[in-house]
Structure formats: structure tokens, C-alpha cells
Design a binder for this molecule. Structure first.
Ligand code: SAJ
Length: 422
């Protein structure tokens, strides 16, 4: 069946927008990537992915050289407009939706009858309706679903991304999608677009429900990680090994505790729950507390590091990992970065950082005298080993290589238990 969509504009060529644009282009739909950052436009135009994601480089190169993906800083007409711009939090953890509405203003002049607009950015409940109202004001010549629900000229829907960094190209295609239309007709239109490249189920609902679904998913995960982090503090209080307790408790058929760590990072899990808390402060008590527990885990970890370092004066300190989680290069909202910054400010050139996903240290660490070190070099030079990220390669360090070092393993990758199975 021939697709009714022959062109798409993807606004925001970041961690979500660029892989999405590349996948859509690889399915034979001509894609224009629109970004306000000149550098990004230049890099993508020359066939390079400006971010690291598994297999993304090759795919971008392929679709750019075949002419199916181009990049620009000026929007152009298209059958479908996908908005995948950042929605960070600002003061008092309030969601900042400015980039979404700035994008809407930028695409308004090129909208035409028959176009479909899909918001993918994580957004507070009601944002998609606001987007429609804004566009209605900017283009009085077109019928929008908010004022002409029966027969709008333009379809508007919300469809959150839910891909896992490190597996984005697979998950964009394989994951089920939840598509919320301002009207059922809008949802169906967006659904037929997603069906051109998604193998998972494309399930329709209304825009407000879809917005809350996204926030719910990440709040659920944050709350579950907070349980693990709180439990690790309780174990510490009783001098019991948290990893052992979790592993044994998880043998119960209906218990599945996640892993404690040095705190929660990334641009989603540590941010999105605040969108709910901000809009429903009286109801979202557990969600708020979970956020606070996870943030406080960073402070607890720093205190523990300081204690270990003070107890091993003059020894060099190796910090294993800076990324916000295992096996990626992304430092956004990374607890490891925050912990490293604090330790480097205090211990300066005593600190070695092992981060196989980086070629250079971020400036704020370099300026204080910290050095990027190879794994073997760090094991040789440093008496203190602190694991901040559970990169696979760190798990390969054998017990005899760690022997004689003072160790703080915040991720439980070098576990030693007393448990014996009979
Ligand atoms: N973490 C723990 N313990 C765990 C699991 C994770 O401390 O047991 C930490 C990680 O180290 C990291 C943070 O949580 O610092 C977040 O990592 P993650 O793997 O849980 O999630 P993200 O941020 O990489 O991706 C999440 C995913 N959401 C859910 O799993 C509900 C992904 O599917 C979303 O698409 C993504 O957020 C997003 O973009 O919203």
C-alpha cells in the first residue's frame, strides 16, 4: 500500500530527533531535520551524527548520502511535523516548554491543509492542546482540532518517545507507541504515520492521557529506583550488604527490586517526575519523595567517598565512570559527574578518572588537575578505587587486581557475599 506521507520535518536533532529522522528517512520518506543549532545542522548535513548512539553514525551517513535526510535551520513544508525538542526543568522544578512553543511558531508559516503535527517531547499534561490553540492564533486561515474538532485542516497528536539510550535505533522501531490525538481523527492520522516505521503496536488515546502516560512511565521507574536507594541506606544503617539483601528478596516470585546506585541521572528519569509534582503537588507525594531520596543519594555517596579518602591519606584516587549510566557517553544530569566534580575540587591532581567513552575530560574536571587514565594505569597508580558507573569493562576487573586497594563500589559490580546456595 502506498503511504500517504512522502515528507516529514523533524524539529530538534538531538538524542531522539536524529535517530527518529534517520529511521524515517530509511523507510523512504524524505526527511528534513530542522535545528536551531548551526553546528548540528552542519554536521548532520555532512553525514555525521553529532551524538554517540549505537549504529547511528552509519545510518545517518547512509540516509544523508542517498539524499533522504537533509538538515536545515529554516523550516519547510512537509506532510508530517515531529517536534522532538528539549523540555527541561527550570526554577522550582517547573517544566520549561519554551522550545516546544518556539518550534510551533517557527513551523506555523509553512503549515498547510492536510498536515499532521506530532509532539514527542516529554510535556506537562495539556501542552498539546496549548500547542493547537497557539497555532490556531497564528494561522487563522486553517482549521485546527481545538476549534474545529469535526473536520480540522491539520491533525495534532502527542506521541511520547520511550526509547532507551544505547538501544535507540532498535527501540524506535520495536517498542509499542501510545498516540494521543486532540481528537480521535487526529490520533488515527498520526497512527497511520507511525505504522510506516514502527513494528510495535501503535495504540491510540487522547492527548492528555498520552502526555500523562510518558510522565507515569518515568515516575514509576524513579520511584522504584528510590526504593532501592532508600533500602541501601537502611542496609548501611544495619551493616548488611544491600546487594545480597536485594538478590535474596528478588527470589520471591512477586518481588523485583531495582539496583541502588550513586543517584539517578539522565535527562528523563531525574526530570520528568517533577512535571507531575509541579502540576499536582498535593496528590504527587510519593513521586516527590522518590525524587528527593534519589537526589539525596548523591550527597550520601559524596560523604562516603570523603570518608574513604580521608582514611587513606596520600593515596591516589581512581574514579570509575562519569556517564549517567552504563555503556553510554552521555553526561547529562550524571550523578557520577557531580560526585567527580566535588572530589576533584578538593583532591585535584590526586584524582584519576577512567571513562572509556570519553577522549577528553570535561573542562571543569581538567581545570582542577584531574587526569583521564586508562584502566590498567589507574589500577597501578591508585590506592583508592571508587566505582561510579557500571560500564561492562569495569566488571572484568578480577578480584586479585583489586586486592590491597581501598574500594567503594556504588554500583555493586564487584560484589562479595556471604551467601552460599546448598
Ligand atoms: N538506575 C539506577 N538503578 C537501576 C536502574 C537505573 O540507579 O536499577 C539509574 C541509572 O544509572 C541512570 C538513571 O537511573 O542514572 C536512569 O537510567 P535508566 O536506564 O533507568 O533510564 P534512561 O534515562 O536511560 O531512559 C529512561 C527509560 N524510561 C523507562 O525505563 C521508564 C526510557 O525508556 C525512556 O525513553 C527515557 O527514560 C526517556 O527518554 O524518557
Amino acid at each position: 500500500m502506498k503511504s500517504e506521507f512522502s515528507s516529514a520535518l523533524v524539529a530538534g536533532l538531538g538524542y531522539i530527533g536524529l535517530p527518529t529522522a534517520a529511521i524515517i528517512a530509511s523507510r523512504g520518506i524524505r526527511v528534513t531535520g530542522y535545528d536551531i543549532n548551526e553546528d548540528v545542522v552542519e554536521q548532520v548535513s555532512s553525514g555525521n551524527a553529532h551524538i554517540y548512539e549505537t549504529d547511528l553514525d552509519g545510518l545517518v551517513q547512509k540516509v544523508v548520502s542517498s539524499g533522504m535526510l537533509t538538515a536545515t535551520n529554516k523550516p519547510c513544508p512537509a506532510d508530517v511535523f515531529i517536534i522532538a525538542v528539549p523540555t527541561p526543568i527550570g526554577e522550582d522544578h517547573a517544566p520549561v516548554t519554551d522550545y516546544v512553543f518556539d518550534t510551533a511558531k517557527a513551523i506555523a508559516p509553512v503549515l498547510h491543509e492536510g498536515a499532521t503535527i506530532i509532539l514527542e517531547s516529554t510535556s506537562p499534561v495539556g501542552t498539546t492542546e496549548e500547542l493547537s490553540t497557539l497555532l490556531e492564533g497564528l494561522r487563522p486561515d486553517l482549521k485546527f482540532p481545538t476549534n474545529f474538532p469535526e473536520e480540522p485542516d491539520v491533525a495534532i497528536a502527542y506521541c511520547p518517545e520511550r526509547v532507551l539510550p544505547g538501544r535507540i535505533l532498535t527501540e524506535v522501531v520495536e517498542n509499542d507507541r501510545c498516540i494521543g490525538g486532540i481528537t480521535p481523527r487526529c490520533a488515527r492520522k498520526a497512527q497511520s504515520f507511525y505504522k510506516t516505521f514502527v513494528r510495535g503496536k501503535c495504540i491510540t488515546t487522547n492527548a492528555r492521557a498520552a502526555e500523562l502516560v510518558k510522565l507515569t512511565e518515568n515516575s514509576f521507574r524513579d520511584t522504584n529506583i528510590a526504593f532501592a536507594n532508600e533500602l541501601s541506606l537502611i542496609c548501611d544503617r544495619f551493616d548488611v550488604n544491600a546487594w545480597e539483601v536485594i538478590e535474596l528478596a528478588n527470589r520471591h516470585p512477586r518481588v523485583n527490586i531495582l539496583n541502588p546506585g550513586p543517584g539517578v541521572g539522565g535527562h528523563c528519569i531525574a526530570v520528568d517526575p517533577w512535571f507531575i509534582v509541579h502540576s499536582a503537588p498535593e496528590q504527587a507525594r510519593l513521586i516527590r519523595t522518590a525524587r528527593e531520596v534519589n537526589d539525596e543519594k548523591i550527597e550520601f555517596t559524596i560523604e562516603r567517598c570523603l570518608k574513604l579518602i580521608e582514611g587513606n591519606a596520600d593515596q591516589k584516587i581512581a574514579l570509575f565512570g562519569l556517564a549517567f549510566k552504563a555503556d553510554i557517553d552521555d553526561l547529562r544530569e550524571s550523578p557520577a559527574m557531580e560526585i567527580a566534580s566535588r572530589l576533584v575540587t578538593q583532591y585535584r591532581d590526586r584524582v584519576r578518572i577512567v571513562e572509556p567513552y570519553l577522549h577528553d575530560l570535561p573542562e571543569q574536571l581538567r581545570n582542577h588537575g584531574a587526569k583521564l587514565a586508562g584502566l590498567d594505569e589507574a589500577l597501578r597508580e591508585c590506592g583508592i578505587l571508587i566505582v561510579l558507573v557500571d560500564h561492562d569493562v569495569f566488571k572484568l576487573i578480577e578480584p586479585q587486581e583489586r586486592m590491597g586497594h581501598a574500594i567503594y563500589d556504588t554500583r555493586g559490580i564487584w560484589r562479595d557475599y556471604n551467601t552460599h546456595a546448598a
